[in-house]
Design a protein around this ligand. Sequence first.
Ligand SMILES: N[C@@H](CCC(=O)N[C@@H](CS)C(=O)NCC(=O)O)C(=O)O
Length: 214
Amino acid sequence: MIVLRTKEVDFDVTYINLREKPDWFLKISPHGKVPVLNVGDDVLFESNAIAEFLDETVSPQLHPTDAIKRARNRAWTDFVPDFSKGLSAAYRRDTVEEMEEGRADAEKVLGKLEDAIKNERGNDGPYFNGDTLCLVDAAYAPFLQRFMIAEAKLNTGLLDGFPLVRAWTEALLATDLVTGSVAETFVPEFKASMTRYGYHIGTLFAEEAAAAAE
Ligand SMILES: N[C@@H](CCC(=O)N[C@@H](CS)C(=O)NCC(=O)O)C(=O)O
């Protein structure tokens, strides 16, 4: 969605319930995962593949034109699953103790991103490569967006040790290209999903919702 919006592509979005995946979706998504992109009669899946297809076919190009830079950007989008797993350890846990144990995993991946920004960018940003949004930004933004909703509740201060990641996150969450790429109900849905999973933060979100309903 972020890439589509950045390129000002006209598109329709269909949200599905991942707990009750419709048959039509299971037929087109080989791994049963979102996102998928319909292009005419073709269906694409996997975020990186979709983003790269869009970048090759719709201007403006968001990936660097320099082949070395492009490969290094690609390497960082490949790191997203590890990043997401590490960052999740800081809040997607059942107990406070488990979250505290997970903090080291989160710090490890945040440290890698901090070094990546320091070593790769060579300017003041605010995005991963500079002043325009690129595919690395689009790939990480959803995970940083979710983490920051959790962080607003937990106040772990995790980003204090990673000033470049913090500034990057703030820049990503300050643009409508990112914040406008989620459904209107995204925040309450995300909080409710944390509760459904039985995570500690889900209990806090449920208490918050109950207090607001009083
Ligand atoms: N590597 C995939 C991962 C996609 C993915 O994990 N999507 C999640 C939602 S963010 C999903 O569809 N989960 C449903 C499921 O695994 O059943 C990509 O980048 O597109």
